[in-house]
Ligand binder design. Sequence first.
Ligand SMILES: Nc1nc2c(c(=O)[nH]1)N[C@H]1C(S)=C(S)[C@@H](COP(=O)(O)O)O[C@H]1N2
Ligand SMILES: [Mo]
Length: 256
Amino acid sequence: MKKTEIPESDLPKYSRRTWIAMIQLVLYSGLGYAGWRWLRKQPPDGGILGGIPEPLRKGLEANENLFTRYYDQHRLVKEYPQSKAARDVRVNGNIGQDASFATEPSWSLTVQKTNSEILDIKLAEIQRLPKTEVIFNFKCIEGWSQISWWGGVRLSDFLKAFSLEKESTFKYIGMSTPDTEYTVGIDMLSALHPQTILAYEMNRQPLVLEHGAPLRLIIPVKYGYKSLKQIGTIYFDNEKPADYWAVRGYDYYAGL
Ligand SMILES: Nc1nc2c(c(=O)[nH]1)N[C@H]1C(S)=C(S)[C@@H](COP(=O)(O)O)O[C@H]1N2
Ligand SMILES: [Mo]
């Protein structure tokens, strides 16, 4: 059978498939753009969370609910031998930190009880409590991690020692630097986790200012931004306490 020659100009320039692909591309990018415009027009989530559009915050909160539901408070974060701990520990962020405060001999930790009583606790009183050490892979959300070694008192031991049992039934624990600039809010289950400590040592040495002297939080079940350096005040609430990075759009829960 003789092949009929089709003149070049009569040949379709693009195949049917190519046309469909092109139309899809145009439609989907239009949808994507419309979606983006819609998201930008949504009101911010408001309150202490502020900052990001409501639907995005809803997404984070759905995530948080899942995390909380499946969170196992007895599951331990992996620990490492002392030989694996970094000697040269990275420093990240110094918001709310103040050198004069760290060396102040009159330093004390402020604990606001829920009956509005205030406790002023000296470092020596904290150091008298049983010491717990944790060597774990500290993870910063900016994309680095490092095995580091911390010593201090379990937050749960601390709460018991200072008769803060009633406070421990609240949903959240809030912490802030003495100037209240840097803040974190921690759900109580994570706060009571056995590896969550109020640390005053790193590599068996007294904590230095850059790492949060005289006392910092170390909470291995969460990203690094929850491990507040240089604690000034601790308080309790059933509403989410102020949180420096959550208000700037990061996840409040920050679980690992
Ligand atoms: N007061 C205070 N605490 C803070 C920060 C900060 O800027 N100020 N940065 C956080 C972040 S993002 C991380 S990753 C860790 C880093 O702790 P490091 O400097 O001891 O490595 O501290 C957290 N705690
Ligand atoms: Mo971080």
